[in-house]
Design a protein around this ligand. Structure first.
Ligand SMILES: Nc1nc2c(c(=O)[nH]1)N[C@H]1C(S)=C(S)[C@@H](COP(=O)(O)O)O[C@H]1N2
Ligand SMILES: [Mo]
Length: 220
């Protein structure tokens, strides 16, 4: 297998981009505005089969148990919305989407981590993963989205569930997410092992692992 690359396909239909710069103060440095919503991911789009789907919280849970929800149970959890932008590290941003779903905080409340937990690994279909500091995951704006702008996510955008972490680059938000692992030490996820920054703050332009400073992430 060669080096994986983010593949973008699909809706560039209206393809224009705004001019950026001073009139776009909400764009992080180096990003350009994308109209429409491209599809970007590595690998195939998984097929959803509700009878095989479960959401799991495992690893260092407070009670030492694994917690599982069926699709029906998970989507019955209290629904909330967050308006947030999506910043792809390949330099386009989509602004002002309304994401609807289950806040990450709800999961932390109903399946709390053990006291020593510092990071989480968010797991998706086909083994895609991304690591987050517990504080990033616990942000009141981090949400497991089932909907965007009031409509169910489409398959290519992550149906039935994707994570949205508004203050980090979009690779930190797995589509087709299936669970969360509570960790007592940091470990790199899929892209973080392959050259992306361990933290991924777009406002600090933390794109690549070579930009990391001591303490930003585990040894590569
Ligand atoms: N499972 C999975 N989730 C993923 C990815 C991926 O490759 N696999 N790519 C990420 C990246 S790099 C981006 S930019 C966004 C793109 O989301 P979109 O296709 O809905 O625009 O999904 C993120 N979530
Ligand atoms: Mo991306």
């Amino acid at each position: 297998m060669g080096q994986p690359v983010e593949r973008e396909s699909g809706d560039r239909s209206s393809g224009e981009r705004a001019s950026g710069g001073a009139e776009q103060p909400q764009l992080p440095p180096g990003q350009r505005l994308q109209r429409g919503w491209p599809v970007t991911h590595y690998g195939p789009v998984p097929k959803f089969r509700s009878e095989r789907w479960e959401f799991r919280v495992f690893g260092a849970t407070a009670d030492g148990e694994k917690h599982c929800w069926t699709h029906e149970e998970f989507t019955a959890l209290p629904y909330a919305t967050v308006v947030a932008d999506l910043h792809c590290v390949t330099k386009y941003s989509m602004l002002g989407a309304e994401w609807g779903g289950i806040p990450a905080r709800t999961i932390l409340e109903i399946a709390p981590p053990a006291p020593g937990v510092t990071h989480v690994m968010v797991w998706a279909e086909y083994g895609y993963s991304s690591n987050l500091r517990l504080a990033d995951f616990a942000s009141e704006r981090t949400i497991f989205a089932t909907h965007k702008d009031g409509e169910l996510l489409t398959a290519e955008h992550g149906f039935p569930l994707r994570l949205v972490v508004p203050h980090l680059y979009a690779w930190k938000g797995p589509k087709w997410v299936r669970g969360v692992e509570y960790m007592t030490a940091d470990r790199r996820g899929f892209w973080e092992e392959r050259g992306y920054h361990n933290i991924g703050d777009p406002w600090r332009e933390q794109r690549y692992s070579y930009q990391e400073e001591p303490g930003d992430g585990p040894e590569l």
